[in-house]
Design a protein around this ligand. Structure first.
Ligand SMILES: [Ca+2]
Length: 491
């Protein structure tokens, strides 16, 4: 496979007024070079240095935070210590939750991997640009007209890196270093084995091979450990400017691979798949702990905004646990979209707390851009909301009155506590999550007026979307129809 792409950092002429001092500085120096024949050399150096200091001052006063998104893959709602797990331990993620803000009604914009990541990376409902179905075919990827969070932060002076799973297009034009990332170490695809295997994913040119900035590479050891170490190297070697790190673990998505040593820690778990799953979560938590230690050692911990979440709910195949939520990865019940979700930023979020209002992964981009210095007008066109005023108590009410989900044959909508679910060729169900978090009592017969209003609003929202740019196999319709109907009918 022709492995590509270098970083084309000037590809995106993005309009971001806040925090653009680095860009302004570079632009000035380019103009200065053009006129250099007019200015004596020493004067030029003096003038350049003075202007650089003037431009740097507001940036330092603003103190742009480092930003890290740590994304787990197919992690169950109940499978971390702070989420109440009785058999899985996660001391380092718990530390982030206990020292930060835990979102108890936090959602991703899709219950499967690829569209969820498209929403996360753009701050927009991914169906608006046709990224509705899972796993783009080899000819497709995330719409190239979309501006990513990495694009925006790079324009604001950030050093940007993706370590781990991409899953937004296999072809070179969709490669992370063409979507705003200065550095990429990981895999283009959606999942792979956790050990180097030259007979399988690590064959030459395999789309699941591990690559580093366009070059296929070998790796030693367990992939989750390797991704954690690469994250530490990225932080330690970052140039002297703020960084944005998207640390996208493949864990605990299948295949179910863990080290024997980690599995031994959970010998008390009788179910073998669950034992392996616990070991995979443990390894991810350990890697996160080591990253936290390295941030502390570098004096960067206090002014780093760390997000932690899963890209969707626990899957049926990895022995995860979403209880008390109904459903799982791939469907519209809360177990598909409500995920463990934390924001941690000691310098700004001084009081740890639970935040119980409804929010979404779409909010990560505008909130992070605002944290980096973007103004409200820079956030126009996003479906996500800047949460900072809500988290800091200067804005009242919920950031979202409504949220919407849709993929091919199934849809859902939240309106405050009310939740509407649509299953093609079957119909609708309605729940009130304030009284029934487990979505066990379908209230549609007794709330027909409310249901009709929500159906109209859901249809209005769907009318704004593009046609899906690719589909999914029919088996997913049959499988998930049964899964939805089984829960709706209490079977
Ligand atoms: Ca996933």
């Amino acid at each position: 496979m022709a492995l590509v792409p270098g970083s084309d950092r000037d590809q995106y002429p993005l309009s971001v007024t806040g925090g653009a001092a680095h860009t302004d500085q570079r632009s000035f120096c380019q103009r200065d070079m053009i006129t250099s024949f007019m200015i004596p050399h020493l004067m030029k150096i003096f003038f350049c240095t003075a202007l650089a200091l003037i431009l740097a001052s507001p940036l330092q006063a603003r103190e742009q935070p480092n930003i890290i998104i740590i994304l787990a893959d197919d992690l169950g709602w109940a499978d971390l210590g702070f989420q109440g797990s009785r058999d899985i331990r996660s001391p380092h993620i718990d530390q982030l939750a206990e020292g930060g803000i835990r979102f108890t009604d936090g959602h991703v914009s899709a219950s499967v991997c690829s569209p969820s990541r498209a929403g996360l990376m753009t701050g927009r409902y991914q169906q608006r640009f046709g990224h509705e179905a899972n796993s783009p075919p080899d000819s497709e990827g995330m719409c190239l007209r979309q501006v990513t969070m990495a694009d925006r932060l790079r324009t604001m002076g950030y050093h940007t890196g993706l370590i781990g799973k991409w899953h937004l297009g296999n072809r070179d034009e969709y490669y992370p270093t063409r979507r705003g990332f200065d550095y990429f170490y990981g895999l283009r695809e959606g999942s792979r084995g956790y050990f180097y295997n030259p007979k399988k994913e690590d064959q030459a040119g395999h789309r699941k091979a591990i690559e580093e900035n366009g070059q296929q590479v070998e790796f030693d050891g367990y992939l989750t450990d390797v991704l954690g170490q690469k994250a530490i190297e990225f932080v330690d070697s970052a140039p002297d400017k703020p960084f944005f790190l998207y640390l996208s673990f493949t864990a605990p998505h299948g295949p179910m691979h863990a080290t024997e040593e980690d599995k031994q820690r959970f010998a008390s778990i009788e179910n073998r798949k669950r034992r392996t799953y616990a070991a995979m979560v443990w390894a991810m938590d350990r890697a996160i702990g080591q990253l936290i230690d390295s941030l502390k050692a570098a004096g960067k911990y206090d002014n780093t905004l760390i997000w932690f979440l899963s890209d969707n709910g626990g899957a049926t195949g990895n022995a995860s646990n979403n209880l008390p939520l109904a459903g799982h990865k791939g469907i519209k019940f809360e177990g598909g979209t409500r995920v463990p979700f934390v924001a941690h930023w000691p310098k700004r979020f001084r009081d740890s707390s639970n935040y119980d209002r409804m929010m979404a992964s779409l909010d990560i981009m505008p909130t992070s851009l605002a944290a980096a210095g973007a103004e409200a007008e820079d956030l126009r066109g996003l479906d996500g909301v800047n949460l900072l005023p809500y988290l800091e108590g200067t804005a009242a009410g919920p950031p979202h009155r409504q949220l919407f989900w849709h993929k091919l044959w199934f849809s859902a909508m939240r309106d405050g506590p009310w939740k509407l679910i649509y299953v093609q060729d079957y119909g609708y169900a309605l729940y009130n999550l304030a009284d029934d978090l487990s979505e066990s009592k379908n209230l549609i017969q007794s709330n027909q007026g409310r249901a009709e209003k929500m159906i109209r609003e859901l249809d209005d929202w769907k009318a704004e979307l593009e046609q899906p740019r690719w589909g999914e196999a029919e088996i997913w319709f049959r499988t998930h129809s049964k899964n939805h109907i089984r829960i709706i009918e209490g079977r």
